[in-house]
Write a protein that binds this ligand. Structure first.
Ligand SMILES: Cc1cc2nc3c(=O)[nH]c(=O)nc-3n(C[C@H](O)[C@H](O)[C@H](O)COP(=O)(O)O)c2cc1C
Length: 366
């Protein structure tokens, strides 16, 4: 019987060769939004990992929308040229689809990179004014954002479209709108961060909907378009799984192809209940209520666990983040564990354990 984790999946107009995605991961290594040598190596090496889709890190639609000084952006010709260069190299190394996540950090912008503290930028670290639906900081001590004017909100819709057009020119197969983890689109969705009295507060989906609609108009149907959504703010009065269903349905109506169901990140006092596959039930709930393709993410580490999620139809695909940082050969090892024959790049064919002469080497966990 086919191992479902390794069966193809159509998402929008593209076909993933298997159900395993590399989850977007900020590298905090860009120069004014432009990807650098680090990205060439990091992504080049994941391009031949065998993952069904590799989704590049949160890439910001404006300079002020970056989380940190090191975050990637797609707001200038220089950013576009650098990213096009990285993708051209990845295409020479691997043939599987490549995606990009675009977003805006809102009140979580102007932050330190993780290895410098992961907090707000201090006065001597070149902070900048952050913006959000309402002037409410992420947590105590964080910058108080300025509430966006209506005209600025419209300009941000245009910024999303402009970055999507750049991504289209570069040739990405897949585009993901980041509306989770407490960034700007999520800040509009949640009652904890959106206290506006205007139309963007009365209808908290209005801004994300306008972004999704505008991007849908420019993003080709023969590629894939989706969003990372949140299913739990893990805080009193915040969003829950039923809100994720309502938002996913709206995105389905607009014509998106998939959602990745995540949670958390909206408020500093969130109380997350993290464990293996802890967000899978949220993905399953969304899958039961929409026809969108659904990706599960979060603490999915073991190949059998991933296979069980897909075989039980809790989700159509899985995404792994830290698992791939830890082991870029995760897909090869998973195939071996689950008894699936996979082509390796010929240069690395001799690393297959059944090719090692004289010994049957059992792979341990991944
Ligand atoms: C280094 C790192 C960077 C991340 N950057 C992003 C990002 O750019 N966009 C995003 O949606 N999630 C980001 N995440 C979250 C992951 O995509 C993923 O949802 C989360 O780590 C849970 O999956 P895991 O348990 O497989 O690591 C990041 C996670 C890590 C570890």
């Amino acid at each position: 019987m086919a191992v479902k984790l390794f069966t193809p999946l159509e998402v929008g107009g593209i076909t993933l060769p298997n159900r395993i995605g590399i989850s977007p991961m900020c590298q905090y290594s860009a120069d004014d939004g432009s990807m650098t040598e680090w990205h060439h190596v990091h992504l080049g090496h994941l391009a031949y990992s065998g993952a069904g889709v590799m989704i590049l890190e949160a890439t910001h639609v404006t300079r002020e929308g970056r989380i940190t000084h090191g975050c990637s952006g797609l707001y200038s010709d220089r950013n576009e040229a650098a990213l096009a260069n990285v993708i051209a190299r990845c295409r020479r190394l691997g043939k599987n689809p490549i995606g990009l996540q675009i977003g805006h950090a809102g009140r979580k912008a102007s932050s330190q990179v993780p290895w410098e503290g992961r907090e707000w930028l201090r006065p001597d670290q070149s902070p900048w004014q952050t913006v959000a639906p309402s002037a409410i900081p992420y947590a105590s001590g964080w910058h108080t954002p300025r509430a966006l004017e209506t005209a600025e909100i419209r300009a941000l819709v245009d910024a999303f479209v402009s970055s999507a057009e750049r991504a289209k020119r570069i040739g990405f197969d897949w585009l993901e709108l980041h509306s989770a983890h407490g960034y700007l689109l999520h800040q509009f969705l949640s009652p904890l961060s959106n206290r506006r009295k205007d139309a963007y507060g009365e209808d908290r989906m209005k801004f994300p909907r306008e972004v999704a609609q505008a991007v849908r108009e420019v993003w080709p149907r023969e590629r894939a378009l989706g969003a990372r959504i949140t299913a739990n703010d893990w805080a009193e009065g915040g969003l829950g799984p039923h809100d994720a269903v309502a938002y996913a349905r709206e995105l389905e109506r607009i014509g998106l192809d998939y959602v990745c169901v995540s949670s958390g990140g909206l408020v500093g006092h969130a109380n997350l209940n993290v464990g293996p596959g802890y967000q899978v039930p949220f993905a399953e709930k969304v899958k039961q209520h929409t026809k969108l393709k659904v990706q599960a993410v979060g603490m999915i580490v073991d190949p059998q666990q991933a296979q069980d999620i897909i075989a039980s139809e809790s989700a159509d695909m899985v995404a792994l983040a830290r698992g791939f940082l830890d082991n870029p050969r995760w897909v090869w090892h998973a195939a071996e564990r689950l008894g699936v024959a996979l082509d390796y790049p010929p240069q690395y064919a001799r690393s297959r354990h059944d090719q090692w002469p004289g010994a049957k080497i059992a792979r341990g966990g991944n």
